[in-house]
Design a protein around this ligand. Structure first.
Ligand code: NDP
Length: 286
């Protein structure tokens, strides 16, 4: 049976480090690292995500500002708010909760955030910095995956990592971080041929697909480390249940280590958002 990589436990440790760093920044510079979260519209999942982020920020001793805007907010009004937050010296991190209502241009919004306050790490300058091996603010989910991987593999050098999924928020930055850690990286996606045999070659398998229990035990090399990023709702015995992209029960029989869903990558993402906010505060001090 695989070792469980406990995201709840590891994220609690990260949050403790964040709280200590918040205190240190306060003592050294007399400032309180502060995260501003912007939510446009009433998407129920986004409302839950935003509430959790705000709650955790407050628990870590940070400042937290929430802007909840109507679903019909214009691009100009949103840009104006981002501009004000960019210029507010008491705001260190800005997060605009995605997805945005369809009339708004997500790329334009991401690009409008000041790169030093871009705690999601999605601004083109931060994406470019990561791609060129000089990471600054790194996307939270893959950053959380790396922290979990390091618990099992302090040295990732030479490992073959296969990343399933090539999204800008998970798959691509995950691959860049693994490459920087000297892994040999393969990215597979919906057009990849022989995906199963490629996955079976992986020492490290990261699933970020968005398909419930897509990866089963036949896809996994015995002893491999499996990181399941997926969060999918599925009906199990008449109840709504969250499952990952990995068929946990069967894969755990084959893998050497595995993250659960829930309680794996999810809590790490929020912890890394707050970690990025303290880093952003430091960046703005330099
Ligand atoms: P996207 O939908 O943006 O990307 C999914 C990727 O999976 C695409 O690259 C797609 O390939 C690939 N894919 C889809 N179907 C297949 C298939 N049959 N075979 C191989 N590859 C396939 O999703 P995200 O990256 O945003 O999210 C992935 C999952 O992670 C979701 O379940 C999401 O909810 C979860 N998530 C969890 C987070 C957390 O904090 N734990 C944070 C962010 C996401 P192609 O490019 O060819 O279409």
């Amino acid at each position: 049976m695989a070792q469980l990589i406990d995201g709840k436990l590891i994220s609690a440790q990260v949050l403790q480090e964040v709280a200590a760093e918040v205190e240190l920044i306060g003592a050294e510079h007399g400032i309180k690292p502060t995260l501003a979260v912007v939510l446009v519209g009433e998407d129920p999942a986004s409302q839950v995500y935003v509430s959790n982020k705000v709650k955790r920020a407050i628990e870590a001793g940070m400042g937290s500002i929430e802007h909840r805007l109507d679903a019909d907010t214009t691009q100009a009004a949103l840009n104006e708010l981002i501009d004000a937050l960019n210029n507010d010296p008491e705001v260190h991190g800005i997060l605009v909760q995605l997805p945005l209502p369809s009339h708004l241009d997500e790329d334009a919004v991401i690009s409008a955030i000041h790169p030093a306050k871009d705690v999601d790490g999605f601004h083109p300058l931060n994406v470019g910095a990561l791609a060129s091996g000089r990471p600054s603010l790194v996307p939270c989910t893959p950053q959380g995956c790396m922290i979990m991987l390091r618990q099992v593999h302090p040295d990732l050098s030479g490992k073959h990592a296969v990343v399933v999924g090539r999204s800008n928020i998970v798959g691509k930055p995950m691959a860049a971080l693994l490459l920087q850690a000297n892994c040999t990286v393969t990215i597979v996606h919906s057009r990849t041929q022989h995906i199963e045999s490629l996955c079976r070659q992986a020492d490290i398998l990261v699933a970020a697909i968005g398909r419930p229990e897509f990866i089963n035990a036949d896809w996994v090399k015995p002893g491999a480390t499996v990181i399941d990023v997926g969060i999918n709702a599925r009906d199990v015995d008449g109840k709504r249940k969250l499952v990952g992209d990995v068929a946990f029960e069967s894969v755990a029989q084959v893998a050497g280590a595995i993250t659960p869903v829930p309680g794996g990558v999810g809590p790490m993402t929020i912890a890394c958002l707050l970690l990025n906010t303290t880093r952003a505060a430091r960046l703005q001090l330099t």
